[in-house]
Write a protein that binds this ligand. Sequence first.
Ligand code: ATP
Ligand code: ATP
Ligand code: MG
Ligand code: MG
Ligand code: MG
Ligand code: MG
Length: 252
Amino acid sequence: MANSKYEYVKLFEVEDKLMPSTWIVVRIDGRHFQQFSEEHEFEKPNDERALKLMNACAKATIEEFPDIVFSYGFSDEYSFVFKKTTEFYNRRSSKIVSVTVSFFTSVYVMKWKEFFLDKDLKSAPSFDARTICYPSTKIVRDYLARRQDVCHINNQYNTCLWMLIGSGMTESEAQAELVGKQKQDKNEILFQRFHINYAELPAIFRKGSCVFKVRETDSGISVKRGRTEVVIDHCDIIRDKFWKNHVNILKD
Ligand code: ATP
Ligand code: ATP
Ligand code: MG
Ligand code: MG
Ligand code: MG
Ligand code: MG
């Protein structure tokens, strides 16, 4: 009913259109997943089934929203990069963030049983989400490098922590042992006490996961036209090599 006496309520809606010509990142993060992971007896420090479920959700999300060009995740978080020129929902932040996170969450519930065959989902998982605009390719690459660096720092710490706990320490004793320890010290602890070479741990734990589209010919070489395939990989996205091999992903 146009021009009714109720029409004015619309004026209270705030404009939340994101800056044009910027990469839009949607980062989602599991809410209270420390608790959720304990409730569902995730293996510590890394439950591979849970990581693969997150990756499957990211793959489904990339397939659902064609303007997502790249995504990266670890633990209970995932970042989705929308192309600079996207006009998805007229670039309205609340629309983009809410459809992305609600789609991801419902896939998480739908696919739970595929990954946790013997475990029922005991509570409703939820994820928070934000949008961030990055004005240049350099900065979006630095954003992704930062997330992979956080993955590394957390994983190295958690691997040490859980090895110490496994060797008989209480959680607070293990935490105290690691206070003030540098990256190199933690690698030494793993190697000297537990004979673990950190670099040989599975890449999915150390590097996190990248999910992205490649166009392939039958020969397997990336080309502009051709069949699109969604790839899940655990590559280094800090150094140049990956981006040199996939120049189309973050092309202006
Ligand atoms: P918040 O609601 O503020 O995000 P949170 O409890 O989710 O709180 P995070 O900082 O996001 O805290 O950390 C995620 C937690 O989930 C960590 O404690 C981590 O141990 C656990 N977790 C997530 N994924 C896994 C996994 N694959 N294997 C084991 N633990 C996991
Ligand atoms: P958008 O993505 O833009 O919101 P939409 O298809 O969801 O598009 P809406 O304007 O939100 O469009 O309308 C919701 C649609 O869902 C209507 O077409 C309506 O017929 C259908 N729908 C929702 N709930 C019911 C219901 N309980 N029974 C029958 N149809 C329903
Ligand atoms: Mg959070
Ligand atoms: Mg969380
Ligand atoms: Mg988190
Ligand atoms: Mg609708």
